[in-house]
Design a protein around this ligand. Structure first.
Ligand code: SAH
Ligand code: SF4
Length: 347
């Protein structure tokens, strides 16, 4: 899908006036037409030429799991027959109050993931390809169509490492935040990363006030290396250096995501180091009891164990959330549904 600048350039190549850009953007992002054919104020020849180059609907809905009052997971098929997942999470009254109208969409940024974190289903089958900006945007448009709800909160926490797909990510962010595009406020968008240091520094310089979440999962090199190979390239000290740069450029607090895995990263000592780390960059912490993944050995600690871990953070004045309700089957880590489908198709 196209940004305004790209569209103006494209129209120039087709000897068309620039005002057509506004018409086309309106058809695509506001009226949400399904095809170029429907753009009735454009010359037919132009419609045909652009339809051949830029399909408006690159994704096909394959199946939905879950229901309207819980989390819904959409399995979507790409033109090359790969699958991705998009998850729509309704407002949680417990977290945001009874009147919250928050609808959060969790989007994928790649097919598979090259980073191979040992606990994650997305990395299990390796990396296939980056998603195009149009494939990222289409997840939002399709989720809104399928649910009849307006997405007003967006997290890049689906399959893939968004910062490893930097160009397409920033192009998508432009379309998502612009008033000619999907017009979702930058403050309501969170990009989550396993900690790609150079890209964090680059993203910090982007004018939009988007939010950053870091998949930390280990507060020191020794622990983090056990489960996240990326730590060898970008150790904890370097990562936190990049986060200080982020803080110098952005107003919103960073979130540290921390999965609790029994026997790996969940001792009181880990909590103490994590508290120190979080305070050093004024971050909040999101504790996630591990969601079991088929074929992986990791175990979720007991609820009491998770609470004790959280209490240590709170004692150190670190703001920490912990959601104990089970990750429901479909709520479980992104990547699992797609993995199942691709295995089925192969056998
Ligand atoms: N690649 C990016 C974004 C996608 S992962 C990143 O790693 O940040 C989204 C979040 O789900 C990450 O914090 C990831 O660590 C977490 N996650 C992966 N597998 C999980 C599991 N089995 N249980 C709970 N969270 C998991
Ligand atoms: Fe990739 Fe993120 Fe999963 Fe790690 S946690 S394998 S970076 S998707």
């Amino acid at each position: 899908m196209l940004t305004k600048t790209q569209l103006i350039k494209l129209l120039g190549e087709h000897q068309q006036p620039t005002y057509r850009a506004a018409q086309i953007l309106d058809w695509i992002y506001q009226k949400r037409v399904q095809s170029w054919e429907e753009m009735s104020n454009l010359p037919p020849a132009l419609r045909q030429a652009l339809a051949a180059e830029y399909p408006l609907r690159p994704l096909t809905h394959t199946l939905t799991k879950g229901s309207a009052d819980t989390t819904r997971k959409f399995l979507l098929q790409l033109p090359d027959e790969r699958y991705i997942e998009t998850v729509l999470i309704p407002a949680s009254p417990a977290l945001y109050g009874e009147k919250s109208d928050r609808h959060t969409l969790c989007v994928s940024s790649q097919v598979g993931c090259a980073y191979g974190c040992k606990f994650c289903a997305s990395g299990l089958d390796g990396f296939t390809r980056n998603l195009k900006a149009s494939e990222i945007i289409s997840q939002i448009i399709l989720a809104e169509e399928l649910s009849g709800e307006k997405v007003n909160n967006l997290v890049f926490m689906g399959m893939g490492e968004p910062l490893a797909n930097f160009t397409n990510l920033t192009q998508a962010l432009e379309i998502i935040t612009s008033d000619w595009g999907l017009h979702i406020g930058a403050r309501r968008i969170t990009v989550s990363t396993s900690g790609l240091v150079p890209q964090i520094k680059k993203l910090a310089l982007l004018p939009q006030q988007i939010r950053l979440a870091i998949s930390l999962h280990g507060p020191d090199d020794e622990t983090r290396e056990k489960i996240m190979p990326v730590n060898q390239k970008y150790p904890v000290a370097e990562l936190f250096e990049a986060l200080r740069i982020w803080n110098a450029n952005k107003k919103q607090k960073i979130t540290l995501e921390y999965i609790l895995i029994d026997g790996i990263n969940a001792t009181p000592q880990h909590a103490e180091i994590l508290a120190k780390r979080a305070r050093s960059i004024n971050a909040k912490v999101n504790l996630i009891p591990y969601n079991t993944v088929e074929g992986l050995p990791w175990v979720r600690p007991s609820d009491d164990h998770c609470k004790r871990f959280r209490n240590i953070l709170t004692k150190h004045q670190v703001s920490a959330t912990l959601r104990l309700e089970k990750g429901h089957d479909i709520d479980a880590a992104c990547g699992q549904l797609r993995l199942k489908k691709e295995k089925e198709n192969r056998s």
